[in-house]
Write a protein that binds this ligand. Structure first.
Ligand SMILES: [Zn+2]
Length: 430
């Protein structure tokens, strides 16, 4: 009970901090999020030139090189550049709209909603709010302590800044030689819905074990490894300093810019198309493959367990997509039929909850080409089902998905992940 009370105190405390004081020292006051919709190749070229002169934070896609026909570009623009950017867009007749007119206000509105929300119970962990790293870690200890027969907890290494990289192992411990599934969340720091989903998944798995026979079958026949926060340093930084931080926090010898894109740092076509060699870019691939201790730790763990691990799932946001290999090239994977069927089942299970539609397909054609990604690495290392989810939404709130949408988003995603997991228990013969 003492741990539970301490946990609750931490939760209450973090909610209170957001009242009154300016979040992130007011750094986003006047910043906007724009959706730019180029309608020709000429406009795309103009846009790329424009972004050489005006620095923006790319929300979707994650850099200029991914801008292509038929898709829009969501960017976060600093208050000093919004006027200039809009003037250029108007001059060149490139269509745009304002998604978020004042980023600081939007964040404060959401924080205000959070602190005014009535908490359910003194002793209950709230799965429908975002939690800082320390709370997520205390929660992991708590799940392990209260469900020792179903939840194991261990660390697979340390982050760049020396934080432990905790993983939970779910499953009935009595059976040996089980198939396994890996799920990671929070590879990109600002995608807060990811860690919220990982926690939701654990709660659902544990709570429904007794009353839901299909969940019981999953937990009896599978080991499910869950890493709620992959990029612990980045996630912590996104709470403390920069809400829109994406990368890890490693230092660079030559540049002042920090961090590597943990989804471009894997040893598979490393730093080829769709990754940047420049340390200041958000898609920086790092000085060498697995340079990031977080990536190295997960890669080492998966290599060690690859005989058993049949599915690798990485939870990202935002786009509402379910992606599978390849990311780095336009080619069809050998077991395409099995993977495509699994994706189809997952997406329709997801749709059955609230009617939210997800696009699905190979990452290269569905989203964009990117090299050094974790799904390609997992697939190349013998994991037959490798998926990346891009959760809600499609840009209305982007990375600032309100806490009121955590529940529905996690509920529907849970159905999709369960569909993939159930599929692993059957043999795919196509
Ligand atoms: Zn991501």
């Amino acid at each position: 009970m003492a741990v539970l009370l301490a946990l609750c105190a931490a939760v209450c405390c973090s909610a209170l901090q957001t009242v009154g004081a300016k979040l992130y020292s007011n750094r986003y006051e006047g910043d906007q999020v724009l959706r730019i919709i180029p309608s020709s190749h000429v406009e795309i070229q103009l846009l790329k030139q424009l972004f050489q002169n005006i620095t923006v934070d790319f929300w979707q896609p994650s850099s200029t090189s991914f801008i292509h026909m038929g898709s829009s570009v969501d960017v976060h623009v600093g208050r000093n550049s919004t006027g200039r950017l809009k003037a250029h867009l108007q001059q060149t007749h490139i269509h745009y709209k304002v998604l978020i007119p004042n980023l600081q206000k939007e964040m404060e509105k959401q924080a205000g909603n959070r602190s005014s929300r009535k908490r359910r119970s003194e002793f209950q962990y709230d799965y429908e709010v975002y939690h800082p790293l320390e709370e997520i870690q205390s929660w992991m200890f708590e799940m392990n302590r209260t469900h020792p027969h179903l939840v194991d907890m261990f660390s697979i290494g340390w982050s760049y800044e020396g934080r432990p990289l905790y993983v939970l192992k779910l499953g009935n411990r009595k059976r040996l030689h089980k198939k396994a599934m890996w799920i990671d969340c929070g590879v990109h720091a600002r995608e807060w819905i990811g860690p919220a989903f990982c926690q939701w998944f654990v709660r659902e798995a544990v709570n429904s074990y007794l009353r839901d026979s299909s969940m019981r079958r999953l937990m009896n026949q599978l080991n499910i490894y869950i890493m709620p926060v992959f990029n612990v340093d980045g996630y912590h930084y996104s709470w403390k300093t920069d809400r829109f931080w994406r990368k890890t926090r490693s230092k660079n010898a030559k540049y002042h810019c920090r961090g590597v894109d943990a989804n471009r740092n894997w040893k598979v076509k490393w730093c080829d198309e769709g990754a940047s060699l420049h340390p200041c870019d958000d898609t920086y691939c790092g000085p060498f493959p697995e340079s990031e201790p977080e990536v190295k730790a997960v890669a080492r763990f998966l290599r060690k367990h690859r005989k058993h691990v049949k599915a690798y799932i990485s939870i990202h946001a935002y786009a509402q997509m379910l992606l599978y290999p390849y990311s780095y090239k336009y080619a069809t994977i050998p077991n395409f039929d099995c993977v495509e069927t699994a994706a189809q089942n997952a997406v329709s299970a997801l749709y059955s909850a609230y009617g939210v539609r997800y696009r699905y397909g190979p990452a290269s054609t569905t989203l964009y080409v990117s090299s050094g990604s974790s799904i390609d690495w997992a697939y190349k290392n013998g994991i037959p089902y490798a998926f990346a989810f891009e959760l809600r939404d499609t840009g209305y709130y982007g990375f600032l998905l309100p806490e009121a949408l955590i529940g529905p988003t996690c509920m529907e995603t849970m159905r999709a992940v369960r569909a993939i997991a159930s599929g692993l228990l059957k043999k795919c013969t196509s």
